[in-house]
Design a protein around this ligand. Structure first.
Ligand SMILES: [Zn+2]
Ligand SMILES: [Zn+2]
Length: 435
């Protein structure tokens, strides 16, 4: 039997893994500038955590979690999202008692047993941010700008993205909206899918997210119509800050944007792109002022977001990967030739010596001196070498090395000890590789 990765998972490799790295680097850069610190929470947590944080009636908790029982009969789940674990950690470490403001980020895999389809995996990767302790509308705008900068620095342009912003109101005004929406849904009950009919009483907001009925409900009441004075003022301020022309930022107010999770209050946002067809959301977030309390803590305002790394990565091309010069050292069996190849490879890799002289990142590997030069050249090609440095018997005798450009086939003999400069051959490598 041939073993393969489990359904809905895959190995992240080759170009995709390069893009993941670059996306993570862009995020790290942005998080530092925005005052965030990293938090790595466990991949699995108690099932109860997600029931309480994400909500028992959500699709995630009802249908999509990977649940298991450990050998001590504890009920556990692979994390389906990142916020619950971060809030659990925030309370567990009493960070609410140290002045209040705490900004945390995470990167890693999440797990949901959804039906696998293009761009949607059962193990998917997220970059997330959670900011605790600041209830102000500036914080909302600032959080949206953070998400926007991560994407920009990763290589996406704001003009190719759409930032949707909406407000869902608070505990005061949300119930009013719920009633208005429920009565709208009740009126068209006959046309709704089975899920949405059940949602009318349990969670009418989720009907707007329905893939079947959502798109037809363009005349449904919007949350903004029911906002209380305080929520309306808050939302107006968020938009006011995001509209500062100096930011060079454009967003869209999307009145029917709701999020699939129960804990959001006031500002919610979603980032979409046209490049991915139906699965076009690449990130989303919002304010969740009630969640910390709901999880047994004090009243702590908070806002956060998560970016879907798999989808963002599918929009990017690797940058760093293209610049790395891949050099293969081929040599024949003599120990003196093997010694040279070993020394040269290490000289070339040296940050302050070879790589510095070369002026670009390098990857160098050694061939198998016990094999023929011909066989080593084949392996160099299979590895994807840009240049092969050859030291066979003939070269060794003449104190020469032969450089071969694998793309053009051009060759160049270099007398490596001329001028008394041990590293002069690197200049020839550089010239050869740049043609
Ligand atoms: Zn309100
Ligand atoms: Zn529906």
């Amino acid at each position: 039997m041939r073993l393969s990765a489990p359904r809905g998972t895959r190995d992240i490799k080759d170009r995709e893994v390069l893009v993941f790295r670059e996306l993570e680097a862009a995020a790290l850069d942005a998080f530092r500038r925005w005052g965030y610190e990293e938090l790595r929470t466990p991949i699995f947590e108690s099932r109860e955590l997600f029931r309480r944080a994400v909500g028992e009636t959500t699709d995630i908790v009802e249908k999509e979690m990977f649940d298991f029982t450990d050998r001590g009969d504890r009920e556990l789940s692979l994390r389906p999202e990142g916020t619950a674990g971060v809030v659990r950690a925030y309370l567990e470490h009493s960070w609410d008692k140290t002045g209040g403001i705490r900004k945390l980020f995470y990167m890693g895999p999440m797990f949901r047993a959804e039906r696998p389809q293009a761009g949607r995996y059962r193990e998917f990767w997220q970059i997330g941010a959670e900011s605790f302790g600041n209830p102000s509308p500036q914080e909302d705008a600032d959080t949206i700008m953070l998400a926007a900068h991560i994407l920009k620095w990763a290589g996406l342009e704001w003009k190719d993205l759409c930032f949707h912003v909406n407000s869902l109101g608070c505990q005061e005004c949300r119930p009013k909206y719920r009633i208005a929406l429920a009565s709208y849904l009740e009126n068209r009950r006959a046309t709704l899918c089975e899920n949405c009919r059940a949602r009318i009483e349990r969670n009418p907001l989720r009907a707007l997210d329905c893939k079947i009925d959502g798109p037809t409900m363009t005349d449904a009441p919007a949350p903004v119509g029911s906002l209380c004075q305080a929520c309306k003022a808050h939302f107006d301020e968020v938009k006011f800050y995001l509209n500062r022309p100096e930011l060079g930022f454009v967003f869209q107010e999307s009145p029917r944007l709701v999020r699939g999770l129960d804990y959001y209050t006031r500002t919610v946002f979603e980032i979409t792109t046209e490049g991915l067809g139906a699965q076009n959301a690449i990130g989303a977030g919002g304010r969740y002022d009630g969640l910390v309390k709901q999880m047994g803590g004090p009243e702590v305002p908070a806002i956060g977001f998560a970016l879907g790394m798999d989808r963002v990565a599918s929009l990017l091309k690797p940058r760093e990967g293209n610049r790395i010069l891949r050099v293969f050292f081929a040599f024949t069996g003599r120990s003196s030739n093997g010694a040279k190849a070993t020394v040269w490879a290490n000289v070339l890799r040296d940050k302050d010596r070879g790589e510095k002289r070369l002026g670009r990142p390098v990857a160098a590997i050694l061939g198998d001196g016990g094999a023929s030069l011909k066989s080593q050249m084949r392996k160099a090609d299979g590895w994807g070498a840009d240049v092969v440095v050859i030291c066979g018997d003939e070269e060794g005798d003449k104190k020469k090395m032969r450089l071969k450009d694998m793309k053009t086939g051009a060759e160049n003999d270099v007398d490596y000890s001329r001028d008394g400069d041990d590293d002069v051959w690197i200049d020839s490598l550089k010239i050869l590789a740049s043609t």
